[in-house]
Design a binder for this molecule. Structure first.
Ligand code: HEM
Length: 406
């Protein structure tokens, strides 16, 4: 079988947009990924995405950021800060868990820490299932663990959430509830379009599990890496770094620069359904396996000067997002880009030091909100417990990142 690896920024961008390249990264992770949005193709993908896109309008996130995201971040951080220490991996997951559950449509009836911990355990397991292709453990063992977690999650969380939504939809159909009274989440969207989307209970279960892990794992990973890069920046250039402490726009740039250097998905993979030729003349035969090396493309020196340097203040060419391809592109471009990464400041010549004022109108994204709250609480790396990389994955993940406060 022919494998073609693309590692230039422009080639990866072009390949993301080729309609005849079909998702192929999750073939191994079918236990949780089969029939999920991210693996659908063509019309099946278009109709599912149209339904789910409705939840992800920009106004929604601006509203969320103004109304409750700050509180979620602050409340999750508070007990850790009071305790004087935290593990950023755990803190990241805890914070994002309630948000992704909200997006997916998974109710948390008690709101207890035990409930959040259960969701956190499931999300980590589902994520391990989705990225089975990268595992260094026995894939069959992982698959069995993921299946067991899916069954538990279904009974404890999905079925009660489903029952509540069915009842709300019945009352809506009877004219007792208005459109505004219905939850705006993936589960409700799928229930309302059940026949048109041709889904069943198992697909519903996997789609909710997929959202839970897709939203949380990548956000928690971006948060830990952002803090790590920020701490290193403070050591290298304290004057420049510390200006970001009260400038949310500069802090958002730290997050975007981190995403460029440490994309949560370092590669995307596709299979060619038909032959294609890239602008640079590269021929992709039908059936070829195409690797889009996001991590390498994000360090393409033709696009990013001094590509390996963490430089949140760097200039980027017009039309190039500061995060490079970290959120993918084309039909599968991340649906949660604005929720996680926010909207970059307008390229209208506004100096980054005007950030505090500009951030007023701007969607900063959950990762920046999380980093900002963490730094405001005085977090720094724990001098006695160094961070540890994930031994069960070949990806660039931290398994543990202890910090102390004050
Ligand atoms: C920093 C955080 C995040 C990063 C780096 C990230 C990255 C990505 C990437 C690279 C893809 C495309 C994969 C491919 O083309 O093979 C993707 C797709 C997706 N992401 Fe994210 N993501 C993040 C946060 C989120 C959040 C918060 C959500 C939802 C709550 C989310 C939901 C999705 C979904 C549903 C897709 C599939 C879209 C489709 O197939 O049409 N992501 N993400």
């Amino acid at each position: 079988m022919t494998t073609i690896t693309l590692d230039g920024y422009a080639d990866v961008r072009e390949a993301f947009r080729l309609r005849d390249l079909k998702q192929a990264l999750y073939d191994e992770g079918g236990v949780v990924m089969a029939d999920c949005l991210l693996v659908l193709h063509g019309e099946d993908h278009r109709s599912r995405r149209r339904v789910e896109n409705r939840l992800f309008r920009r106004g929604t996130f601006r509203h969320w950021e103004r109304e409750f995201l700050h509180d979620v971040v602050r409340d999750t951080l508070a007990p850790f800060a009071a305790d004087g220490r935290a593990d950023l991996v755990e803190l990241g997951y805890r914070t994002i868990m309630s948000l992704t559950a909200l997006v997916a449509g998974i109710d948390r009836p008690t709101g207890s820490a035990a409930e959040a911990d259960a969701l956190y355990r499931y999300a980590k397991k589902f994520s391990e299932g989705a990225t089975l292709v990268h595992t260094t453990r026995d894939p069959e063992v992982v698959r069995a663990e993921v299946r067991a977690a899916l069954d538990e999650f279904d009974a404890a969380f999905l079925q009660p959430s489903l029952a509540r939504r069915r009842e709300l939809l019945a009352r809506h159909a009877a004219g007792e509830l208005s459109e505004q009274d219905l939850p705006r989440d993936v589960l409700t969207g799928l229930l309302r379009h059940w026949d048109e989307l041709d889904i069943d209970q198992e697909i519903l279960l996997r789609e909710c599990a997929f959202y839970l892990q897709a939203g949380s794992h990548s956000t928690a990973d971006a948060f830990t890496h952002s803090a790590d890069e920020f701490f290193a920046w403070v050591r290298r250039d304290p004057a420049a770094a510390e200006k970001a402490l009260d400038d949310p726009v500069r802090l958002q740039r730290c997050v975007h620069e981190t995403l460029r250097l440490h994309p949560a998905s370092p590669v995307a993979q596709r299979r060619a359904l038909a032959p294609a030729v890239l602008r640079n003349g590269t021929e992709i035969p039908q059936g070829a396996f195409v690797v889009l090396d996001i991590a390498a493309a994000n360090r393409d020196p033709r696009v990013f000067e001094r590509p390996d340097a963490f430089d949140p203040l760097r200039e980027v060419p017009a039309g190039v997002p500061r995060w490079g391809h970290a959120f993918g592109g084309g039909m599968h471009a991340c649906i949660g880009t604005e929720l996680a990464g926010g909207v970059p400041e307008a390229d209208d010549g506004v100096a980054v030091t005007d950030g505090a004022e500009q951030a007023h109108e701007q969607v900063l994204g959950t990762v920046t909100l999380m980093l900002s709250a963490l730094l405001a609480a005085g977090a720094r790396p724990d001098p006695e417990r160094p961070p540890r990389r994930d031994p069960d994955s070949s990806r660039d993940h931290f398994a543990s990142y202890p910090v102390v406060f004050g």
